[in-house]
Structures are given as structure tokens and as C-alpha cells.
Design a protein around this ligand. Structure first.
Ligand code: PMP
Length: 379
């Protein structure tokens, strides 16, 4: 028998209530019952986004919501700033290229986070920049960007702040309204504990003003259409209603716990994981690590890709490896969504045992002890 444990930064494990809800017979998405589900989900999403703005529900993965943000906010002559510190920051730039939007970038070494002053400087010398595109947690490196500081920079300028919170929503704090963020995009399969298939986008009032003026082509991801249908508990096209029903259950769990408590839980899980990594003599990859996941620089001589493959094959433990140039060099352990301290203990204990099996000189129990100390003192 092999039991499976999923520690990837998406998809993440799904709560029993949500899993069971998907076993119910499929319903008509235009029924009054579905409208009520959509309305409840839209309301509860606002709690998670920490906003009074509408949160649009799109049938797509997170990238669809990112593409929708570019297509709905911008026009062909616009210039934007893209913060690139890994694969997902780069994606903002790739979408701009696909839509013919000119961009300048701040390119940051993988593992580091943006210096807000660098953004302020660029906006000062390029006041025509229409929007700044950032990630909250750069999932490919585990680094967190200081969105609150970026909001302080953009709030009194005409520049919009657009944030990819695809992996970090519900794990790292993002106070959309308090921090003056204009657009937040996210998805279902990470902190929201639902299968992949739903994307979300929330826009501030001034972002909606930009949407009215935008002339880039759009059809499926037309945010104005999505907003007017959402008001009726509907979507412009057939939504992934099964996943919206599952999301209804997952969101009830989040709202019952309360977003601030959910964020504190993630902070505690991340803190314990980081303490364990250090106690094992390993290095964190990110200088300002997110609470969404922990990236670990792999010890010299050990190939993290082979390690990840072996842990999955032999032990049913799925971590994420590094992507592209980080392949073989880091592993990423998510403590995201439907997780508590005991999940983290499994992740750490398996890491210790796996490292020992791979021939690394690890002090068995050191990581587990460090994590338990965090859980018993911060509990
Ligand atoms: N942005 C970030 C920060 C992500 O972590 C991911 C997925 N790992 C994406 C964008 C892309 O999301 P999706 O795969 O759902 O399209």
C-alpha cells in the first residue's frame, strides 16, 4: 500500500466536504439554485480578497485571469512595468508581448524580491506607465514581494497596480482595499482548496475606469460582460459549475475560520517549515520567503529532481522540484490550503528520511524537533 501526500504549490489537497459536493448529480448552471451558489461564492471570495470590489469568476486556470487582466485594462499604445523575478513574473511579460503591449521590466535574481524604491524610480522617470504588474508570491522561487509598499507608491499616481496572487491568495496577506491594489488575479487550485479550473479577478474602481477605455481585443475574458452577469448570479458562458459548487464548500471553511486566522495558520506552518530547514543545515532559497511555500536550496552533490522523483515513486510524497534553470537545484514544499501542523510534520519527517536515504548526512529528528518547538510555542 502506498498512501499519497501532496505538498505541491497547486494543486493542493481538497477538503472532504468539497470532494463530496462534486459527487452530486450535475445541475443546470442557469437554475435558481446555481445562481444562489454563484452569489454566495462571489460574496465569500470578497472576504478572501479582503475587498469590497466584485470578484469575477472565470472558467480557466490562473493564467486565463492574468491574460484577462492585460486584455481588459490596456490598449495597444500603453506602456507597462513588469516585475520579473521568476517564471510567473516573466509570464506577465509574455502576455504583454502576445498582446503587443510595450513593457519595461525590473529583472531580479531568482530568490530575491523587488526593492520598492526601484519601482518608484522607474515610475518617476516614466510617468506614462499605465500599470505595474507584479506577483505576490513568485511560486517558482518562493519569494514574496512587498505589495503593500508597491501600493503606497502607485496609489497617488495614475499607474495601476496589478497583482498575481495565483498561488498566495489565502496564504500570504494581501489586503486589496487597504493596500490600494487595483487588480488581483487568482485561481481555485491553491489556497482555495478546489480543483484547477477556476480563475478570479477583482478590480478597483479606477481599474474599471481603465477597462472602459481599453481597446485591446477580448472576447471570452471580457470582464465587463462577466461583471454584469455576476450581478445576476450568472456567468457569460457555461461555467465549471462543479468546481464552483466545490468552491462553495471550501470557501465556507475559510470564512468560518476567518481569513485573518487562515493567514495566521499559514504563517505558523511556514515558520515551522523554515525552522526545520535551518535545523537540518539546509538553506532557504528565498531571501524574503512567502508563507505559501518554502523553497530549499539543495545540498551540493544531490540532484533535487531525482530526489523529488524518488520521493513520489517510492514513498508517495509529492514535493515540487525547481523549474527551468532551477531544475535539480531546489525543492519546493507547499504548506498551502487544507493543511495543518501535522501535514507539515509529515513533509519534514519525509524530507529527513529521504535525505538520509539519498546519503546526505542528516541529523534525523532535527527538523521535526525544530518544527514541533514552533508549534508548541506559537500555538
Ligand atoms: N502565477 C503564479 C504565481 C503561479 O503560481 C501559477 C501556477 N503555479 C500561475 C501564475 C499560473 O497559474 P495556472 O497554472 O493556474 O494557469
Amino acid at each position: 500500500m502506498k498512501k499519497e501526500y501532496l505538498f505541491t504549490p497547486g494543486p493542493t489537497p481538497i477538503p472532504t466536504e468539497a470532494l463530496l459536493s462534486m459527487a452530486r448529480p450535475i445541475d443546470y448552471h442557469r437554475s435558481p439554485e446555481s445562481a444562489n451558489v454563484i452569489k454566495e461564492v462571489a460574496e465569500n471570495l470578497k472576504h478572501v480578497f479582503q475587498t469590497q470590489n466584485d470578484v469575477l469568476i472565470l472558467t480557466s486556470s490562473g493564467t486565463g485571469a492574468m491574460e484577462g487582466a492585460v486584455a481588459n485594462l490596456l490598449s495597444p499604445s500603453d506602456k507597462v512595468l513588469v516585475i520579473r523575478s521568476g517564471k510567473f513574473g516573466e509570464r506577465w511579460g509574455e502576455i504583454c508581448v502576445a498582446y503587443g503591449v510595450e513593457f519595461v521590466s525590473i529583472d531580479i535574481e531568482p530568490g530575491l524580491s523587488v526593492e520598492p524604491q526601484a519601482v518608484a524610480d522607474i515610475l518617476k522617470s516614466n510617468p506614462d506607465i499605465k500599470a505595474v504588474f507584479s506577483t505576490l508570491c513568485e511560486t517558482s522561487t518562493g519569494a514574496l514581494h512587498d505589495i503593500e509598499a508597491l501600493g503606497q507608491i502607485t496609489r497617488d499616481t495614475p499607474t495601476l497596480l496589478v497583482v498575481d496572487a495565483v498561488s498566495a491568495l489565502g496564504a500570504d496577506d494581501l489586503q486589496m482595499d487597504n493596500w490600494h491594489v487595483d487588480v488581483v488575479v487568482s485561481c481555485s487550485q491553491k489556497g482555495l482548496m478546489t480543483p484547477p479550473g477556476l480563475g478570479f479577478a477583482s478590480l478597483s474602481e479606477r481599474a474599471w475606469e481603465a477597462v472602459e477605455k481599453s481597446t485591446l481585443p477580448k472576447y471570452y475574458f471580457d470582464f465587463q460582460k462577466a461583471r454584469s452577469e455576476l450581478a445576476k448570479g450568472s456567468t457569460p458562458y457555461t461555467p465549471a459549475i462543479t468546481f464552483i459548487i466545490a468552491l462553495q464548500q471550501s470557501l465556507r471553511l475559510i470564512c468560518d475560520e476567518g481569513i485573518r486566522n487562515v493567514l495566521s495558520r499559514h504563517a505558523r506552518l511556514a515558520e515551522a517549515t523554515r525552522a526545520a530547514v535551518k535545523a537540518l543545515g539546509l538553506q532557504l532559497f528565498a531571501a524574503h520567503p512567502a508563507n505559501t511555500l518554502t523553497s530549499i536550496r539543495f545540498p551540493g552533490g544531490l540532484d533535487s529532481k531525482a530526489f523529488v522523483n524518488n520521493m513520489r515513486k517510492q514513498h508517495g510524497i509529492t514535493y515540487a522540484g525547481g523549474q527551468e534553470e532551477l531544475s535539480g537545484k531546489i525543492i519546493r514544499i507547499a504548506h498551502l490550503g487544507w493543511m495543518n501542523e501535522y501535514d507539515v510534520m509529515v513533509a519534514i519527517s519525509a524530507l529527513e528520511m529521504g535525505l538520509a536515504e539519498a546519503g546526505y548526512n542528516v541529523k534525523l529528528g532535527a527538523g521535526v524537533t525544530a518544527a514541533e518547538q514552533i508549534f508548541t510555542t506559537l500555538g
